[in-house]
Unconditional design. Structure first.
Length: 277
């Protein structure tokens, strides 16, 4: 089988390190021309450094691939179009967008400042919108395109544009702060380190390829060598009263009717009770 994304042009955000780097390298290995998009900020989102993006570009070129670096911030509204223009000027086309860039604000909700919240929204949500919006017109006009998001999904399926979401489990800078005080914690972290960022890349490259035709609006996960398909919100129970509802009537019925079907509030460690395999 020929390289799975041969001839495609892919923009990968946050591609200077971690998961994004692994995705960019495999995209290139599988035949895509890659725009390595990364401002080189710290985990907290501060500072800039062109080095990480350029290093990935050089690694791709050394392996015989084709890539350029983009160090514009995706949180600035005008930069989405500028990054797409870089891709068009260099490669003549845009086929794939991987919204991977992220920053860390590792604080419990009630201790999160407005500044923390705003910074996360600016990169994770606004950045994904800015980049997706910049690519969407080109995808629609060429009747082809693939979005792969790390956090959110949006659908343009009637224009043959697929959109899927990947929920990654991987050992990167963003989870390097896990405590290792006890022996049990040290053993757990040692197992987690096997979940390298490169393990995420094959699923992302597959979803971006023509081989994934017909797959859209899905949420998938990668945990070391396991791939998951997550369910999504659907009505599972219903209550009806022809005379309508009051708070008292709801109180009398809702818990008894719905409680057995409530989704438990669990952490990933509660759901995935086995070690990564």
């Amino acid at each position: 089988m020929p390289n799975i994304v041969a001839g495609k042009v892919a923009i990968v955000t946050g591609a200077g390190r971690g998961i994004g780097r692994g995705i960019a390298l495999l995209m290139a290995k599988e035949g895509a021309k890659v725009v390595v998009c990364d401002i080189g900020a710290s985990l907290e989102g501060s500072g800039t450094d062109a080095g990480p993006a350029q290093e990935v570009v050089e690694e791709i070129k050394k392996a015989g691939g084709d890539a350029i670096a983009a160090t514009l911030s995706i949180s600035e509204p005008g930069n989405g179009d500028k990054i797409v223009k870089l891709a068009l000027d260099a490669f003549g086309n845009v086929d794939i967008l991987v919204n991977n860039a992220g920053i860390l604000r590792d604080r419990i909700f009630h201790r999160m400042s407005w500044s923390d919240w705003s910074d996360v929204i600016s990169v994770h949500l606004n950045g994904s919108f800015i980049m997706s919006r910049a690519c969407a017109t080109h995808f629609r006009e060429q009747n082809f395109g693939s979005f792969v998001h790390m956090t959110s999904t949006s659908g343009l399926a009637r224009f043959n544009v697929r959109s899927n979401c990947v929920s990654p489990f991987a050992w990167t800078r963003m989870i390097d702060s896990i405590p290792t005080e006890t022996e049990e914690e040290k053993q757990r972290v040692a197992r987690l380190r096997d979940m390298t960022p490169e393990k995420i890349a094959p699923l992302v490259v597959y979803l971006a390829s023509d081989q994934a035709s017909g797959i859209s609006g899905q949420i998938l996960g990668v945990r070391n060598n396991e791939i998951y398909l997550f369910n999504q919100n659907r009505p599972i129970r219903t209550l009806h009263r022809s005379e309508g509802w009051t708070p008292d009537r709801i109180a009398a019925q809702l818990k008894g009717a719905f409680a057995a079907s409530f989704t438990p509030l669990e952490r990933s460690g509660d759901v995935f009770s086995w070690d990564p395999v």
